[in-house]
Design a protein around this ligand. Sequence first.
Ligand code: ATP
Ligand code: ATP
Ligand code: CA
Length: 217
Amino acid sequence: MKKQIVVIGLGRFGSSVCKELHSMGHEIMAIDTDPEKVDTLRDYASFTVIADATDKNQLNSLGVRNFEHAIVAIGDNLQASVLCTLMLKELGLPKVWVKARDLQHEKILHKVGADRVIQPEKEMGIRVAHHVDSESIVDYIDLSHDYSIIELVASKKMANKNLVDLNIRKEFNCIVLAIKKQEEVNIAPAIDEVIEQSDVLIVMGHKDDLKRLEDKA
Ligand code: ATP
Ligand code: ATP
Ligand code: CA
């Protein structure tokens, strides 16, 4: 479904979010104070606007209140990012996601109402570390301190067995949410689904259990 999203701050992070959402067909308003930044996004957004996103009057006249989702990527200017987040929540936007540079920044953003705070360098660092740790993990999502979802490439050992044979649920206390076969994704796979080598299993569980599964599999 087509969404309407406002992206504020068009540095490396903001512009990357903007381009990706645009390529998915969503309607994007891209805002930055810097005319050059705005110009480079001209072909990657429905509207590009030179504006100060800490100025409530400007946000109002742009109709930002009508958007359902805002991404605030004013990274290093802490004051501007906090102020902008506060304004967007005051305008009533249901989803305001904000890029933070560190933990302190993240805490302040939560206090002023940010619905999600992202620390790209930290989060990407964690992902990369997991990829280095285990080459079979192609992707990784943290659910909480203890639980996560990983994508695990099926090993030779797993090949030609089904979920009953592998006994992942009982033996490892993990749940196979989906199985990816090339382009095809089979969500909620049947217990007799046969796994082939290099299929990707999307597995949810406790980090310790996932680690065990990975090591044994
Ligand atoms: P990245 O690391 O992703 O490149 P960053 O978080 O380090 O980005 P910058 O590269 O400085 O941050 O990008 C932030 C952008 O936000 C800049 O293009 C800047 O012009 C813009 N910006 C700063 N203040 C405002 C504001 N009040 N309103 C709109 N845009 C702003
Ligand atoms: P991030 O955005 O992830 O915080 P960054 O890419 O913006 O990081 P810095 O925060 O400047 O970069 O971190 C780069 C680190 O690399 C610094 O700690 C710096 O001391 C270190 N560094 C820079 N040059 C060298 C060098 N020649 N040899 C070893 N370390 C270096
Ligand atoms: Ca930066």
